[in-house]
Structures are given as structure tokens and as C-alpha cells.
Ligand binder design. Structure first.
Ligand code: ADE
Length: 249
């Protein structure tokens, strides 16, 4: 084993609810991988850095309005308590850049990540700027806090670490790895509630199976995610047809 292979991928999560961890990260292949030393999770309780008797961590938004804002001094102290070791500092927020499989791949190939989970209305902008935080969203919807988002992001990274998934192919042959959504899956019985497995999948003709799957991936991506389909065509050097369609409208 090389030295590089021995370095453990590390996730440090700052949260007001550290009890929410490991949560789903303690189960199945991800939990087993941590037990096997393939990655490490550590949590930091932001409230431990509160200074007053009431352990207050939030204040009203400057300029008025609803909700509460995490105090900059306390957030900054919590962040500064973490030894970064070249790991990126991420802030989970619906305002962030959408997380993509490309970013997940980059994060998984590095030393790990440090991740700040917001609650209330959010984090004081000055901390985001002064600590150079990368704002990350896991989708266009609003969660009650960043904890579930952090678990989603960490799970997406850990499953890509070498040795985490048993069958190395299962990390490749799936949605997004080729910029397309995955084809439909079936298993026995051959007929279920009157619905048969598509005949090509039981034909034994591997070439025909591959072609069918490819067509399904393309059709599903075109129908559900025209944005991904256009990007796929562009990568292949073909101009997206959709723009022409739009012009015709
Ligand atoms: N916190 C609340 N909603 C979120 C989202 N959609 N993504 C990341 N963090 C969040």
C-alpha cells in the first residue's frame, strides 16, 4: 500500500445539533467503511463556543425582519477550532451553488472536508467572507437546517472512496457518471402483477442489452432533465437540438 492510500478521508461537521450525526452515515456501506477506517467523522458543537450564561448563539437580523442569525464571533471561534489540514470549508445553505457529481468527485479525491451546518435564518455574511466559505446547496428546497444536507453530501463523497463499494462497477455504471440518468432496473420474477421484464433483458444478447440501456438513458434524460441532455450533447460536440426547438416555438 502506498502512503497516499493510507491517508484517511476526514469529515468535520460543525453543528448546533451534533446528535444528528452520524445519522444515516452510520448505516450500511458508509457506516461499515468508517468502522473499517476508510474515512472518519468528527463533530463540533457550535454551542460549546457560546460565551454567555444562556449559551446564546443567535441574534436578530440587522435591518430587521424575521428569524435569527448565528452570531459571527461564536461561529468564527467554532470554525477556527478545527484543524483544516487543507480541507475545503463548506457552508450548507439553500443559497449555495448546487452540489454536482463533479464537485462530489473532487471532494472525494481530496483529504476530506469541513462543513458548517446553518440553522435559523443563517450565518453572518462577514464570517462567510472572512473564512472563505464555499456555499453549497443540495437542491432548490429549504430544509430546517444544514445537517441533512451535510449527510447527503458526505454520503455522496464516501461512496466514491476506494474500497467503500464492493462492486467497483456500481459506482461507474449509474446516473450522472456519463452525464445521463440511469436506465430502468428489473429483477426476477419475470412477470410481476402482469408486467413483464422487457424481453431484450432476458434475451441473452449482451450487445442488444447495452443498446437498449443506452437508449433508455438518453430518452429518460431528454424527458426529465433537458439541462443535462444539452450538456451531454455539447460534450459530445453536438449542438443541443432543444435550442432549435425553442426558436421554432
Ligand atoms: N439548508 C437548508 N436548506 C438547504 C439546502 N437545500 N441545501 C443545503 N443546505 C440547506
Amino acid at each position: 500500500m502506498t502512503d497516499a492510500a493510507k491517508i484517511t478521508w476526514r469529515a468535520t461537521v460543525l453543528s448546533l445539533y451534533p446528535d444528528a450525526f452520524p445519522g444515516v452515515l452510520g448505516t450500511s456501506v458508509i457506516g461499515t467503511a468508517e468502522q473499517n477506517g476508510l474515512w472518519q467523522l468528527e463533530t463540533v458543537d457550535i454551542r460549546d463556543f457560546a460565551v454567555n450564561r444562556h449559551r446564546t448563539v443567535d441574534g436578530p437580523p440587522a435591518g430587521g425582519g424575521a428569524g435569527l442569525v448565528l452570531k459571527p464571533d461564536i461561529s468564527a471561534k467554532a470554525i477556527d477550532s478545527v484543524v483544516r489540514d487543507d480541507r475545503p470549508l463548506l457552508y450548507m445553505t439553500p443559497r449555495g451553488r448546487p452540489l454536482t457529481q463533479d464537485r462530489v468527485r473532487q471532494l472525494a479525491s481530496g483529504p476530506g472536508l469541513v462543513c458548517f451546518c446553518g440553522r435559523f435564518e443563517g450565518l453572518d455574511q462577514r464570517v462567510i467572507e472572512s473564512r472563505g466559505m464555499e456555499e453549497v446547496s443540495i437542491g432548490d428546497f429549504v430544509l430546517a437546517g444544514g445537517e441533512v444536507a451535510a449527510q447527503a453530501m458526505i454520503e455522496a463523497c464516501v461512496r466514491l472512496l476506494p474500497g467503500v463499494l464492493g462492486n467497483s462497477e456500481s459506482a461507474l455504471d449509474e446516473s450522472f457518471e456519463d452525464g445521463l440518468l440511469e436506465y430502468p432496473l428489473y429483477t426476477r420474477p419475470r412477470e410481476f402483477e402482469g408486467r413483464a421484464i422487457p424481453a431484450v433483458l432476458t434475451s441473452g444478447d449482451h450487445g442488444a442489452v447495452d443498446r437498449w440501456r443506452r437508449t433508455q438513458m438518453e430518452e429518460i434524460t431528454k424527458a426529465r432533465r433537458p439541462d443535462l441532455w444539452d450538456a451531454h450533447l455539447e460534450r459530445k460536440g453536438e449542438s443541443p437540438l432543444r435550442s432549435e426547438d425553442n426558436e421554432r416555438d
